[in-house]
Design a protein around this ligand. Structure first.
Ligand code: GLN
Length: 195
């Protein structure tokens, strides 16, 4: 059975754990870097990327998470988690000094990209490799403004890239954990090698 951790420093931790349990996965509530060693995959949840970034540094998570990714374990970053997985973010204040990116995937991200009018919205996405009409909830969501050559774009809203993958690293601007549709989570689990 696969063991998946949910980074539990801040944000939508419990919702991811509930989805994983529905899929009969061993779930770890990750509060210390040492817990990463037993995992086949890690989820970095949505929340406030500046707060999570600060807590990642304070709790010495940066290098152990980079190692987990280099070792080929699966990583899913949702919303603020996507922001943290990027190599660089823009906005607010252009060069974003409030988040220290983990640089796990070759993308550049614009935070809060959908503006005030559209701060939160729900839509259905056609996602490459996953399927059609996948319900997707966006809450002050980022968008991906650049993807490197090794990154596959999996979904867009209008012209904005909202889901992408680079091998074992998967990122979504929306919150798959806030719907009853388990397809995104199942796809992520397939990216996590089992021991
Ligand atoms: N706007 C938040 C940020 O940049 C992300 C919001 C979310 O995770 N729902 O950090």
């Amino acid at each position: 059975m696969k063991t998946i951790g949910v980074l539990a420093l801040q944000g939508a931790v419990n919702e991811h754990m509930v989805q994983l349990k529905r899929l009969h996965i061993n779930v770890v509530n990750v509060k210390k870097p040492k817990q990463l060693e037993q995992l086949d995959g890690l989820i970095i949840p949505g929340g406030e990327s500046t707060a999570i970034s600060r807590l990642l540094i304070e709790n010495h998570f940066i290098e152990p998470i980079k190692k987990l990714a280099i070792d080929g374990k699966g990583v899913l970053g949702t919303c603020a988690g996507l922001v943290l997985c990027a190599k660089k973010t823009t906005k607010p204040n252009n060069a974003d000094k409030q988040t220290v990116p983990l640089d796990l995937i070759d993308i550049i991200v614009e935070r809060n990209a959908f503006g005030r009018q559209k701060e939160s919205f729900e839509t259905k996405l056609d996602i490459i490799h996953i399927g059609q009409s996948v319900p997707a909830l966006f809450i002050r969501a980022p968008s991906i403004t650049y993807t490197g050559a090794n990154v596959e774009v999996l979904a867009k809203v209008d012209n904005c890239i909202v889901m992408a993958q680079q091998q074992n690293i998967l990122v979504t601007a929306f919150h798959p954990e806030l719907t009853n549709d388990l397809r995104v989570m199942r796809y992520f689990l397939d990216l996590c090698p089992s021991n």
